[in-house]
Design a protein around this ligand. Structure first.
Ligand code: 6V0
Length: 331
């Protein structure tokens, strides 16, 4: 008999699967930052990486496995075969093409839709009860595409949406006041990116609304130009991309935070992309971010904030843009 047989007496046929399995599809900069944040924060003990680039995938898997002594013995697996994702509680999708020169945004949407056609049905086939967390851009449209392709109920298909934009917003306001970002209560909703909606009417510190101190805060008439902060939020992704080529750490941490909220059935409220038809008077079947409570089944509730007319109008503009983009998509 072998050393193993001499050393161990089998009592049961044990399984290696964790009950907090998370699959990350796409091991580019964003996928890796998601996986690393989830592992290093001990959010999941069972992480699977999926990509089409075999060697890169194996290299990343081995590198992470070699760190497992420092990751609470988490299991890290990787494969080009979606079977490895079977039984995932959450599947994070970061795969996607980047814009080519001369390519319109809509062309990119169609290209990424084609990529999603090869990913989403396979994820659902192997994990019929999973929650899809979509990160690939343009995230709001691709979350809609994933919802359509998956056949999953709307609570199980979530886009990372403006969770990241809100975090940037909180950080920048915090810097102005020299306080901790988590002590800033401020939300960005709507479309992730250029047309996002900063909810200045609700921004508060310890329950004190900035608009009660100065009703012009965040408007064009604001002497202190707080609205520059929202412009900075929008330009920050472009700035980081210009400086280092891509963004990764903040989106990775944001996704780890959402994953934790879901797996812990926490009912924490975060701004994520969801089906917004019926909220704030929106009639289009589109995905945009609103504050949602997250549980083990995905989205439990949506919070309908008291928006000003202007904020509501901005949200409607985003919804119309989304509806127009979706109209021309071949899903
Ligand atoms: P990247 O570094 O080019 O990685 C993309 C990865 O996807 C590569 O490893 C590809 O091999 C892989 N891939 C492509 N096709 C497939 C497929 N069919 N199956 C499996 N894997 C595939 O890009 P990066 O990681 O920087 O960005 C990924 C996506 O995230 C892009 O669409 C970004 O625009 C988007 N981001 C979204 C953010 C958000 O807030 N929602 C933030 C940052 C980036």
């Amino acid at each position: 008999s072998t050393i193993k047989e001499k050393l161990f007496t089998s009592i049961i046929e044990s399984t290696n699967a964790g009950n907090d399995k998370v699959t990350v599809v796409g091991v580019g900069q964003v996928g890796l930052a998601c996986a690393f944040s989830i592992l290093s924060k001990k959010i999941s003990s069972d992480v699977v990486l999926i990509d089409v680039m075999k060697d890169k995938l194996k290299g990343e898997m081995l590198d992470l496995q070699h760190g497992s002594c420092f990751l609470e013995n988490a299991k890290v697996n990787a494969s080009t075969d979606f079977e490895a994702s079977a039984g995932s509680k959450i599947c994070i999708v970061t795969a996607g093409a980047r814009q080519r020169e001369g390519e319109t945004r809509l062309d990119l949407v169609q290209r990424n839709t084609e990529i999603f056609k090869g990913i989403i049905p396979k994820l659902v086939q192997h994990s019929p009860n999973t929650i899809l967390l979509i990160v690939s851009n343009p995230v709001d449209i691709l979350t809609y595409v994933a919802w359509k392709l998956s056949g999953l109920p709307k609570n199980r298909v979530i886009g990372s949406g403006t969770h990241l934009d809100s975090a940037r917003f909180r950080f920048l306001i915090a810097q102005k006041f020299n306080i901790a970002p988590t002590s800033v209560h401020s939300w960005i909703i709507g479309e992730h990116g250029d047309t996002s909606v900063p909810v200045w009417s609700g921004v508060n510190i310890a329950g004190v609304r900035l608009r009660d101190i100065d009703p012009t805060v965040g408007t064009e008439c604001d002497q202190e130009k707080w609205n520059e902060i929202h412009k900075q939020v929008i330009s920050s992704a472009y700035e980081v991309i210009k400086l280092k080529g891509y963004t990764s750490w903040a989106i990775g941490l944001a996704c780890a935070n959402l994953t934790s909220a879901i797996l812990r059935n926490s009912h924490q409220i975060h701004a994520v992309s969801t089906l917004v038809c019926g909220f704030h008077g929106i009639e289009h079947e589109v995905f945009l971010s609103l504050p949602c409570s997250l549980c083990i089944d995905g989205i439990a509730t949506v919070v309908e904030q008291s928006l000003t007319c202007e904020e509501r109008q901005m949200l409607h503009t985003s919804a119309n843009t989304m509806a127009n983009s979706i109209k021309n998509l071949k899903i």
